[in-house]
Design a protein around this ligand. Structure first.
Ligand code: NAG
Ligand code: NAG
Length: 527
């Protein structure tokens, strides 16, 4: 008996070894923000004991010591073009059509560098390993599905945002364009979608589908170019249907819109955020624990160093912050040259932002409105004053303010008066805390956390060597079949024929009757 128990304990102890699958992460989009999300998944899997190999174009910011990393940077020429593209896109606000046209014309470098990566000798080495599963970070690159075919492994597609039609189509997720807003259409929770909005959504849908067709032709060309020599090569369409699952970076119950999702779709929004905060460094912990009136975190990324930010501006910020009764943790690089000394301000060169936001005393986050910081504040339910300057920051700040999570103001227009007013409004008015706190509660209330979702469904696909049984039958239908257009045509035809037949019969009977009555009336006349 004791022996059995010992064996049992031993089995438990070695159980993680069961997780040692060989997993390939192919994340070839030229974007650090995509890579952070993808690597957060890989990190969770590596921590569980899987043997992870990642191929990317740049060195990731999120890493785990046991992950085998293969970095294949793009050529200098393509790199320059892509940098340009990214800045141009980031600087644009709200013009999704411009962006799409730009994508079509200028994105070739982004797509082609992902083709180059597959042919690079550094990448080719992966074929020497026997893999069990491939993750593909989606970015107009599904011609890379040929890699999974060569490796004979199931595929999970990871997408850095909420599901959109390409991702939906992989797993047969219904598009529901009558009430699921497509990029840019504003639909509020609980709203009855009026005719005009449905029309707008419908037209956008057609627009994106047309662009999709163009991208698809390019993907097929690249697929043939890369894998055309493989024996018994399936069509790219067949490989798309063979995708086991998609993981998307969203949580629609809290973020909206509410829409149907097939079982082969898993939401992993928030994967980059730690579930349990690490303990804070001693000095920060003491400083915040003793904050009788609460604490404020100020982190402007690297903006505040830039020459664009005038010293007067920093002085205005200092005056406002040093007069608060709250304690302020200020991220400041040059500790020999701080904006000024004040008992309620603690300057730190580096700080664990996520862990500080998790501290119960934190009442306000002053941020440059980077995507990562905003997500962390939303997760922890901390209202914000956003001070954006460039890139995607103004748009992020705008969305944050529209959601009621705080106030946004242009960093370069900051004065003592308007900065003080914003801070006092967000600290003094309960509505901001209530709005973001409500979101935070919904965001965290899930059957499986983002991390658990990644682990569970990845292991699920590994256990079953793919997940064909999860596949929605709609994957095999074209749009005529999917929308039952053929059946409507049949029904309409039958109805029309019946109507015609009715018409003919009625006319026949009417004629007959009319004929009889004429005859009989003639008879009457003769008599
Ligand atoms: C882990 O993956 C690497 C490929 O990156 C491979 O060379 C190695 O053999 C794998 N380890 C095991 C135990 O399979
Ligand atoms: C389809 O996926 C399965 C695993 O889910 C894989 O074994 C098979 O090779 C894939 N089929 C093709 C044609 O690549």
């Amino acid at each position: 008996m004791g022996g059995f128990r010992f064996l049992f304990v031993l089995l438990l102890a070695v159980a993680p070894a069961a997780y040692g699958a060989n997993i390939l992460g192919l994340f070839s989009s030229h974007s650090q923000s995509h890579l952070i999300l993808h690597m957060s998944m890989m990190k969770a899997l590596a921590e569980q004991g899987h043997n992870i190999t990642v191929v990317s174009m740049m060195k990731p910011k999120v890493m785990h010591k046991s992950i085998h990393l293969i970095v294949v940077p793009p050529s200098d020429e393509k790199e320059a073009i892509m940098e340009n593209q990214m800045t141009e896109m980031a600087n644009q606000k709200n013009s999704i059509y411009d962006t799409m046209i730009r994508l079509l014309n200028g994105m070739s470098a982004m797509v082609e560098s992902q083709v180059d990566l597959i042919t690079d000798p550094r990448f080719q080495r992966i074929y020497e390993t026997k893999f069990d599963l491939m993750f593909m970070g989606f970015f107009m690159n599904d011609f890379q599905l040929g890699v999974a075919h060569k490796l004979q492994v199931p595929v999970i597609v990871a997408w850095m945002s909420a599901p959109m039609f390409v991702i939906d189509d992989y797993v047969g997720n219904p598009s529901e364009i009558s009430y699921v807003p497509i990029l840019g259409t504003v639909m509020k929770r609980g709203e009855k979608v009026a005719f005009g909005k449905r029309l707008e959504n419908f037209v956008k849908n057609i627009f994106f589908r047309v662009i999709g067709v163009i991208f698809n032709q390019r993907a097929e060309r690249h697929y043939k170019q890369l894998f055309g020599n493989e024996p018994n090569l399936p069509s790219i369409e067949q490989l798309r249907r063979n995708i086991s699952m998609v993981f998307t970076n969203c949580h629609l119950i809290s973020e909206g819109p509410i829409r149907p999702l097939v079982p082969a779709h898993a939401e992993i929004g928030g994967i980059q955020i730690k579930e349990k905060p690490d303990p804070l460094p001693e000095d920060i912990a003491q400083f915040l624990d003793g904050a009788e009136h609460g604490g404020v975190l100020l982190s402007l990324g690297s903006n505040i160093k830039s020459s664009a930010v005038k010293p007067e501006l920093v002085q205005s910020m200092f005056k406002v912050l040093s007069s608060l009764k709250q304690r302020v943790v200020w991220k400041w690089e040059d500790l020999d040259n701080t904006p000024g000394k004040s008992a309620n301000i603690l300057y730190k060169k580096w700080l664990p932002q996520d862990d500080i936001l998790a501290h119960p005393k934190i009442k306000l986050f002053i941020t440059h409105a980077g995507k990562g910081g905003i997500t962390e504040a939303q997760y922890h339910g901390v209202p914000m004053v956003a001070l954006p300057i460039f890139g995607d920051q103004p748009a992020n700040a705008d969305n944050m303010q529209k959601s009621g999570y705080g106030i946004a103001q242009d960093l370069l227009q900051l004065t003592e008066e308007n900065f003080g007013a914003s801070i006092n409004e967000v600290l003094g008015n309960e509505k901001y805390k209530k709005a973001i706190g409500g979101f935070s509660q919904l965001y965290r209330d899930r059957p499986l956390s983002a991390r658990q979702t990644v682990l569970y469904w990845t292991n699920y696909v590994l256990r079953h060597h793919g997940a064909p049984h999860l596949q929605s039958p709609s994957v095999h239908l074209n749009w005529v079949e999917y929308l039952n257009v053929d059946i409507y045509i049949l029904v309409a035809t039958v109805l029309t024929l019946l109507l015609l037949l009715n018409f003919v019969i009625v006319r026949f009977i009417v004629r007959k009757l009319a004929g009889k009555s004429q005859k009989s009336s003639k008879k009457v006349k003769k008599q």
